[in-house]
Ligand binder design. Structure first.
Ligand SMILES: *Cc1c(COP(=O)(O)O)cnc(C)c1O
Length: 407
């Protein structure tokens, strides 16, 4: 007897979505299908399936045809991500940038080359739009000016919230309303569906650099767009024609990553909130950016030289990217947003003193000890600080004396 269909909670979907058929196959772990091609003795049927794909972009019924049209292991990840984001479909790509490129190409192929976007965006997304590398033309605006920036040939509105790297938030519901009939793309890389589901707020396209939290272990490069099936079909057709496919092994790792996503995001967010709190009370830090919706990213501006902090971390890894189990820190003006023109970068609120930290799953006191030491600007001074010297968890206001001297 079938149990009545009821929507499952996010934590349940995270470990079961995309795997519903496994027990019937006599399997527990999902299989990895590395085939690039699939045998078929019925070429009339193949012709019909290829015609159907050319028409709608729907995943072909029956056995797969060719790796660039779709892959069963990748499809499991797509199914799972669509469930987590609450969309009909999802289409996976070789990277976040390949995913964004496909969205721009879908709209451009319909004659809608104009994009309205809100800064800041991830540095390379900004660059792709500003340089018009795919033939698009961008108008930058703030959310309040969005409706006025729309033109008859506007094919897309793009926002990030919380944005990379300042963690600025936009009101997705208000922005979606201002878009009218123009599709809103929300880059949900930082929040993940654990903290925010933009489709429920009116975004028609939800983009992820799956390289970050969805994979979660710093060993997969991938992108994905969650959307309705109509747009998904067009995205698959673009993916087929331009080739930015995800490797099946990456699809497998992403599906595995999703199963721990809610646990990872909640644990890292709790640590990040505590570190944001301590940084805000620290005189060596002039400003802390931490989103109202929470999350595992913290950005902060230092009174001293940010390059010295990067050079002084020991437990925390000084590296670009984010969303891994370990904590990473980087200087956006030098790395993630280097490709953005310096004036545009500063106008978008990306100060030269800003550091962006992706908080992992380490113990909060160990992380604080490393930050405290690195902020000292004098590697000799704080490096050997015993753990007990760090303030207790939940302390209101950090009462370590400011480290005098070199900043
Ligand atoms: C990293 C990132 C991207 C680009 O993704 P890749 O997987 O590196 O191509 C896009 N948006 C945001 C917010 C990112 O952090």
């Amino acid at each position: 007897m079938e149990t009545p269909v009821r929507s499952r909670a996010l934590a349940t979907e995270a470990v079961h979505a995309g795997r519903d058929d496994l027990a019937g196959l006599g399997l527990h772990a999902p299989p990895i299908d590395l085939s690039t091609t699939y045998p078929s003795y019925d070429s009339r049927a193949e012709a019909a399936r290829i015609d159907a794909f050319a028409e709608t972009g729907a995943d072909p019924d029956g056995p797969p045809v060719y790796g660039r049209l779709g892959n069963p292991t990748v499809a499991r990840f797509e199914t799972a991500l669509a469930r987590l984001e609450g969309t009909e479909s999802a289409v996976a790509f070789a990277s976040g940038m390949a995913a964004l490129s496909a969205v721009l190409l879908v709209r451009a192929s319909m004659g809608l080359r104009h994009v309205v976007a809100v800064r800041p965006l991830y540095g390379c997304s900004d660059h792709l739009l500003t340089a018009g590398l795919l033939g698009s033309e961008v108008t930058w605006t703030d959310p309040a000016g969005l409706a006025d920036a729309l033109r008859p040939d506007t094919g897309l509105v793009m926002v990030e919230s919380p944005a990379n790297p300042t963690l600025a938030e936009v009101d997705l519901r208000a922005v979606a309303h201002a878009c009218g009939s123009v599709p809103l793309l929300a880059d949900n890389t930082f929040a993940t569906p654990v903290l925010q589901r933009p489709a429920e707020q009116g975004a028609r396209l939800v983009l992820h650099s799956a390289t970050k939290y969805l994979g979660g272990h710093g060993d997969v490069m991938a992108g994905v767009v969650a959307c309705d099936e109509e747009l998904a079909g067009r995205l698959r057709q673009i993916r087929f024609a331009t080739g930015g496919v995800l490797h099946p092994l990456a699809g497998y790792l992403l599906l595995r990553g999703l199963s721990t996503l809610p646990v990872r995001v909640r644990a890292a967010s709790a640590t990040a909130a505590e570190l944001a709190h301590r940084l805000a009370a620290d005189p060596r830090v002039t400003r802390v950016h931490y989103p109202g919706i929470g999350g595992a990213m913290v950005a902060f501006e230092v009174a001293g030289d940010p390059h010295e902090v990067i050079a002084a971390v020991r437990l925390i890894t000084p590296a670009v990217s984010l969303g891994s189990v370990d904590t990473l820190i980087q200087h956006p003006a030098s790395i993630s947003h280097r490709i953005v023109n310096a004036d545009d970068r500063r106008d978008a609120g990306v100060s030269d003193r800003l550091l962006r930290m992706s908080v992992g799953l380490e113990d909060v006191e160990d992380l604080w000890a490393d930050l405290d030491s690195a902020l000292g600007g004098n590697p000799g001074r704080g490096a050997g600080l015993p753990r007990s010297a760090a303030p207790p968890r939940g302390a209101t206001g950090h009462n370590e004396p400011a480290v005098a001297g070199r900043h």
